[in-house]
Design a protein around this ligand. Structure first.
Ligand SMILES: [Fe+2]
Length: 211
């Protein structure tokens, strides 16, 4: 057996430059355009159904992302004697809305679509009114949040019916179990704060009127 010559030089063609640098600033065209769905998926759901459902879910997603951000704004900017409890409540609702955002976005992707993602695109798409940058009173903050919930809830009811009609049981389940029910519960927790109930001294005017 011939001995290996360890001093022999490697031919120039076999030289490789070791370059551990990351390749930065790369660009290429998109691999799938927004507003399309992939053609072949083993989901037993026709392409037109997936197209309509992903379009509707993107509207729901844009509104939910806006509501999520509105909760964080309210969490930071709340003022007044109920600061602490509202500061905590707004953050809890923000967390719950964040989870819903992920659930909706991933359903859009699994249906073969593209989820809306960036703030500028969300702002163009949402039906929720843009709040001012500055601080607002608690009743105004809560009213804004309730208006946003109402937009989402009414869309959920339409979408629940439509998805059932089209045979998309998964979307129906997500819309009802995750989105609608969470929003209904949050509406209850918010709206109780707008009931004008006495804080310290009971209102005896009705007692007097009854006697
Ligand atoms: Fe915080």
């Amino acid at each position: 057996m011939a001995k290996k010559d360890f001093n022999a030089k490697t031919p120039a063609s076999e030289h490789r430059t070791i370059n551990a640098q990351p390749r930065l600033h790369q660009h290429a065209s998109e691999i799938q355009q927004y507003g399309t769905v992939s053609h072949m998926l083993p989901l037993d759901l026709e392409e037109p159904v997936r197209l309509e459902m992903t379009e509707q879910l993107n509207l729901l997603l844009a509104d939910t992302m806006t509501l999520r951000d509105l909760y964080k704004k309210s969490h930071w900017q709340v003022a007044g004697p109920t600061f602490y409890q509202l500061h905590l409540l707004f953050d809890k609702h923000h967390e719950e809305q964040s989870e819903i955002v992920d659930t909706i976005a991933e359903r859009i992707q699994l249906l073969g679509g593209i989820s809306i993602a960036m703030a500028a695109d969300v702002a163009e798409t949402t039906r929720i009114e843009r709040p001012p940058k500055g601080r607002e009173e608690v009743p105004v903050q809560i009213s804004r949040l309730l208006d946003a919930h109402q937009i989402i809830i009414s869309h959920c009811r339409e979408l629940a019916e439509r998805s059932t009609k089209l045979g998309d049981a998964g979307t129906n389940d997500l819309v009802v179990s995750d989105v609608l029910r969470t929003n209904e519960l949050q509406v209850w927790f918010l709206s109780e704060h707008l009931v004008d109930a006495p804080l310290v001294i009971a209102d005896q005017t009705r007692l007097r009127n009854a006697s």
